[in-house]
Write a protein that binds this ligand. Sequence first.
Ligand code: SAH
Length: 232
Amino acid sequence: MILLFSAAAGQSPQNQSRGEEWVRREEMIKTQLIARGITSARVLEAFQKVPRHRFVPDPYRRYAYADQPLPIGEGQTISQPYIVAYMTEILDIKPGEKVLEIGTGSGYQAAILSEMEALVYSVEINPVLSEMARKALAGTGYENLRLKTGDGYQGWPEHAPYDAVLVTCSPSAIPGPLKEQLAEGGRMIIPVGKQYTIQYLVLLEKKNGKIRQKNVLPVRFVPMVNEKGKNY
Ligand code: SAH
């Protein structure tokens, strides 16, 4: 099922009162992001605005600004803030660009991309999480994004090509359809590696129809699975 929102980009509709959570985000940005070398003002601003605690389910909400991934149900996790920032920064997203995310999960990364004023398309294979993300995103007022429940290995061909592709689950090799759906000049960041082995975030760039890629950071993500639950 495709959940369609309107396309008004570039707003920060959620409650921006500078209360306790705002201060916790300032602290998170200083100690977890800036301290580790995140410099993009646009990325840091997005982290200040998005209410991360609203994307974390109740028992873990009090840890929402901690320096770690957290369970979001269905055996899945919301990534550590630094990893979300790193992946967002390296894609160098400009306003109005089309971005495909694979693995909506909590919806937090999608909200960050929305704050970057991208047109966000996000695919999640797990219907329970997809529905939770839809509610969290609607509840915080994010509108310049579209969600789809389905197997992201296939990308989302109807809206291709994408200026950026961000994958938050790990296949053992880079899916061909995602490479094909990358626009000329497009960038992709994706964790690649078999489960229980070292995975690397791989950065790909398509220039003159050719793809160049390099490993940029060792990471650990949940596996990319197909609809039968088998790892890619
Ligand atoms: N970006 C998320 C992180 C989610 S964890 C956030 O900000 O919270 C990775 C997600 O990828 C999980 O929700 C998992 O269900 C999903 N996933 C795994 N395989 C997938 C596939 N083939 N297509 C789409 N989503 C997939």
